[in-house]
Unconditional design. Structure first.
Length: 415
């Protein structure tokens, strides 16, 4: 661990005193094989401490293992932010890059039930029509050299999204959740059709029938949608854009398209199913201190000159993970700590793994000292690198610190 990571780790330990504190360990037990990204390098980790660099790119947007855990599909971007679709064989480390239509920006990828890579592209049908509806194609391709993608259907896609943030923790959070402001785009094959987002904001979801190529809308204001392990249900947040306090968490039956509300103790930030489909894990973010509240007038003036506007706030948060049992209607807190956000949440083998993005204390100090450029994301991201933690509630209430891993993507035990 280098000096910077050591400093961040010490701060993480000091700030995680609000409940289950993360504790440094030589290892976290039987961590499953996983993929991660480090400074533009895709890495396959057989276990903690055993890693193989397999491919380099400007960045990686999304990673997804097939059901067997033998192949990892990914979306990469070059320095011109042109996206490509690829797959790596876990045993041989052989990488295949596919020739596809232009990948639709923001969409993630997945695997079909029959073992093909599922992805979304700009539709060539847009070209002859000026001012018409913007169409996106959903495609699938076998994970083999020379495989030809097949179009499964097309749908009208809402465009016009955009935005950014000067805070590196925001962009790390967006990378960890594979979505702008944490609003990722859903794309999942199910027995009832392909579940997919309807617009670039990730708000609204539909179900495409590959037999007809047509999509039906499930809900126009349904966001952060995740299919259950058996892909029969989908959970997400029904947003009320005028009053977020009345937003609801719903579980849709994808066969009947009927929804049931789930009562939660707080507004969910990210949601994930347990491996048995009986529980939901969800993260929350509670505002903490404004990190610039105690700055001197000279320091505030320096920040304002850097960003070209008046900086009123650099926020900090308390992040938590809770578990709700869908049948018993119990809701319990599993973890809480001072952190900007919880990024990834995944359960496998009875253990919950999650990434935690640090608050911006260290970055702000470095910025004020002139040790890091304010407009260099790569430099700033070093101070808010995601910490990977694990939690096995039936063994211990304490979370274990496993290391610093971007885009931690484990092989899921489906047995």
């Amino acid at each position: 661990m280098n000096d910077l990571k050591a400093l961040l780790f010490i701060l993480l330990m000091l700030l995680a005193a609000l409940g289950s504190a993360a504790q440094a360990q030589d290892n976290g037990g039987d961590v499953p094989p996983f993929a991660s990204v480090e400074q533009g390098v895709l890495i396959l980790n057989d276990s903690l401490g055993e890693a193989r660099d397999v491919f380099s790119a400007h960045n990686f947007q999304h990673l997804a293992w097939n059901a067997e855990g033998t192949k990892l599909a990914f979306i990469l971007r070059d320095r011109d932010y042109v996206a490509s679709l690829g797959v790596v064989d876990a045993a041989s480390s052989e990488v295949i890059l596919f020739q596809t239509e232009r990948l639709e920006y923001g969409f993630n990828l997945n695997w079909t039930l029959d073992g093909r890579i599922l992805f979304a592209t700009y539709s060539p049908a847009n070209e002859p029509v000026a001012g018409g509806a913007y169409l996106v194609d959903i495609q699938a391709v076998m994970p083999e050299t020379g495989a030809i993608p097949e179009v499964l259907g097309s749908f009208e896609f809402g465009t016009g999204c955009g935005g950014g943030s000067p805070l590196p923790a925001d962009r790390v959070y967006w990378s960890e959740t594979s979505g702008f402001r944490g609003f990722f785009l859903t794309l999942t094959d199910t027995p009832y059709g392909i579940l997919h987002s309807l617009n670039c904001g990730g708000v609204g979801v539909g179900l495409l029938d590959p037999a007809t190529g047509e999509t039906i809308t499930i809900a126009p204001n349904f966001a952060k949608v995740v299919a259950s392990p058996d892909r029969s249900h989908a959970v997400g947040v029904e947003l009320d854009f005028e009053d977020h306090s009345v937003s609801r968490t719903l579980v849709y039956d994808l066969h009947t398209l009927e929804a049931v509300e789930v009562s939660l103790a707080g507004e969910p930030d990210q949601i994930m199913w347990s491996s048995d489909g009986e529980n939901l894990y969800y993260s929350t973010r509670t505002p903490g201190d404004n990190l610039i509240a105690g700055l001197t007038d000279d320091q505030r003036l320096f920040l304002n000159e850097l960003f070209g506007s008046t900086m009123e706030e650099v926020p900090s948060y308390v992040a938590a993970i809770r578990r709700v049992h869908l049948t018993a209607n119990t809701d319990e807190i599993l973890y809480q700590g001072n952190a900007y956000a919880i990024g990834r949440i995944v359960e496998t083998g009875g253990t919950l793994y999650f990434s935690q993005i640090p608050n911006l204390d260290v970055w702000l100090e470095k910025l004020l000292n002139g040790d890091v450029p304010y407009d260099d994301f790569e430099s700033g991201a070093r101070f808010v690198e995601p910490a990977l933690l694990s939690l096995t509630p039936q063994v211990s209430p304490e979370a274990l610190f496993l290391g610093w891993f971007d885009q931690f993507t484990p092989v899921i035990d489906t047995q």
